[in-house]
Design a protein around this ligand. Structure first.
Ligand SMILES: [Ca+2]
Ligand SMILES: [Ca+2]
Ligand SMILES: [Ca+2]
Ligand SMILES: [Ca+2]
Length: 264
């Protein structure tokens, strides 16, 4: 599938999922919903990133391929492709991330390779870029997300929270975990890595207490599907269908039912 990140999300909130793949969005009826026309993409992040705008947004980066021009960074509305901001015009941007990582700010922040700044979702510079531009994980007690890179977890503007001694990540400088997902216990995410000698698959879980009580992230269908595409597609951090982060509202009650099987 090349190095485009594929995401599945219900962008128009009708209970059926669309597929966002690079510059293309495919509707649940298999027809094209829209295309942004932007050049070769890489990582995309889909969630309620800008709380001033209803619904989900898509943040992504764009690389130079065969001399193409255009923005290196874009944010657009997931339901119709309306462009909300662009940055790094005609630059080759290889990495980029968007999520709420600053617990003092509401809504997501974004950052990308080639820019030394952390940005708000309007594109304004609001601080220095984090130490890594790779993965994300809910690890400490607050609902802002921490930075996962290689075998360690940092908190923005704070420092190191955890190092998985003797364990390693995959895919060179992309430093992807075997998997990161909320698979056990409460809503915080577990970190799954291989040991240096490849004899163990280790599952690390946070030991930090939290006062936040909410449904597990796997109760959210967009997040749950994110774990599937993280495993089988381009390995990038999963996101929920609702805003998770500083000053969030209570997580929505999951709209799921247990299917009963008929007794024979
Ligand atoms: Ca839909
Ligand atoms: Ca939004
Ligand atoms: Ca946190
Ligand atoms: Ca968990």
């Amino acid at each position: 599938m090349g190095n485009h990140n594929l995401t599945v999300a219900d962008v128009d909130n009708d209970g059926k999922d669309e597929i966002i793949y690079g510059s293309m969005c495919v509707d649940d009826n298999e027809q094209g919903l829209y295309t942004t026309g932007f050049r070769h993409g890489d990582a995309i992040h889909v969630s309620d990133l800008d709380l001033d705008i209803p619904g989900l947004e898509v943040f992504g980066i764009h690389e130079i391929e065969n001399g193409t021009t255009g923005p290196g960074v874009t944010l657009f509305s997931a339901k119709d492709g309306k462009v909300l901001f662009t940055g790094s015009l005609n630059e080759d941007v290889g990495r980029g991330v968007a999520d709420n990582i600053d617990p003092t700010r509401k809504g997501a922040q974004c950052w990308w390779s080639g820019s030394p700044y952390l940005h708000d979702m309007k594109g304004n510079n609001i601080g220095k870029a984090p130490s890594s531009t790779n993965f994300l994980i809910y690890w400490d007690g607050d609902t802002s997300r921490e930075l996962l890179n290689s075998n360690y977890i940092d908190k923005y503007n704070y420092g190191r929270l955890f190092t998985a001694e003797g364990a390693v990540s995959n895919n060179g400088t992309k430093s992807t975990p075997a998997l990161s997902a909320d698979i056990l216990g409460d809503w915080r995410e577990e970190l799954i890595l291989r040991s240096e000698d490849n004899k163990e698959l280790r599952i690390y879980s946070t030991t930090i207490p939290t006062n936040v009580r909410q449904y597990t992230l796997m109760h959210d269908p967009q997040y749950r599907l994110s774990i599937a595409w993280q495993n089988v597609g381009y390995n990038q951090p999963p996101h929920t269908s609702f805003y998770m982060g500083a000053a969030m509202e209570s997580a929505p009650k999951p709209n799921i039912v247990l299917v009963k099987f008929k007794d024979n």
